[in-house]
Write a protein of this length. Structure first.
Length: 284
């Protein structure tokens, strides 16, 4: 259903799992959306990912319009120079690499001169990403995977962003059907910091033979009401992603976030979770 409070024109940089999900919820709220990728092949795959996501939502009865109607408002491009200049919102959803994120945000700042520039980072400093950019236009909008299903968006404010822009971004996220929390720009924000702490301790427990991954997850689901255990969630996020976040938090906050050796070993064996078929669970 179209929401008049949603951005009318938006762009998403990166058409992977997160980017496709963000495009999905923007389209469902009535926005015209451009997804930017690095090649024609990647752009085509991004379009397919959005189409598949919309089709699954339609099968569950979660769309007010048909997938084809929503896809009519989707464009895919293979260069950032083709981002829509009138975009109100640009969300970057590229991998957790600060230099890469700064490059794409800088390109978006030039291509979309009036847009709010949002990073979907789950742990990197938004203020650092905004350095050298019009920082008053930059903030964090941390969506959660899978984006069409997860109800939360974490809006991250750094010292140089205006209150009215934070309020605008929060209003847009609410128009996408999300609940918003606003947090100060600090390592790991609120959600990644707590989620990684629990996830790393669960990995240490497997490493020490305290219990199996399945039993640890069952304990958290049934004992604490978690919808998903921390180890299955690690598999869903990706062990490589979790390792990179843990290393960043260790640098910023100290040794309590040091990654367990088991996590390093699994990443070294390409046991990255669902995307490679095996992590702490078998996804084949």
């Amino acid at each position: 259903m179209t929401d008049s409070n949603a951005p009318r024109t938006a762009a998403v940089i990166g058409g992977g799992t997160m980017g496709a999900g963000i495009a999905h919820v923007l389209l469902a709220a009535g926005a015209r959306v451009t997804v930017a990728e690095v090649s024609a092949d990647a752009a085509a795959k991004a379009r397919d990912a959005v189409a598949n996501s919309l089709a699954k939502a339609a099968d569950r009865g979660k769309l007010a319009a048909t997938p084809n109607d929503l896809l009519a408002a989707l464009s895919v491009v293979d260069t950032l120079a083709d981002l829509p200049p009138g975009a109100e919102l640009v969300v970057e959803a590229v991998p957790e690499d600060a230099a890469l994120k700064r490059r794409v945000l800088a390109a978006a700042a030039g291509a979309c001169p009036d847009a709010v520039l949002a990073s979907n980072t789950s742990s990197l400093s938004v203020g650092a990403l905004a350095e050298g950019l019009p920082g008053e236009r930059v903030l964090g909008m941390h969506f959660f995977n899978p984006v069409p299903v997860q109800p939360l968006v974490e809006v991250v404010r750094h010292g140089g962003v205006a209150d009215d822009l934070v309020a605008r971004a929060a209003g847009w996220a609410e128009a996408l059907g999300k609940t918003v929390i606003v947090v100060r720009d600090s390592p790991g924000f609120a959600t990644s910091r707590l989620g990684v702490a629990v996830g790393l301790e669960a990995i240490r427990m497997v490493q020490e033979g305290v219990a199996s991954a399945e039993d640890i997850d069952t304990g958290m689901r049934l004992g604490y009401g978690w919808p998903m255990g921390p180890l299955r969630l690690t598999d869903l996020v990706g062990l490589d992603v979790r390792l990179a976040i843990a290393e960043h938090l260790e640098r910023e906050l100290g040794p309590r976030f040091a990654p367990p050796q088991l996590l390093r070993d699994k990443v070294g064996r390409d046991e990255l979770g669902r995307k490679t078929g095996r992590g702490f669970f078998d996804w084949s």
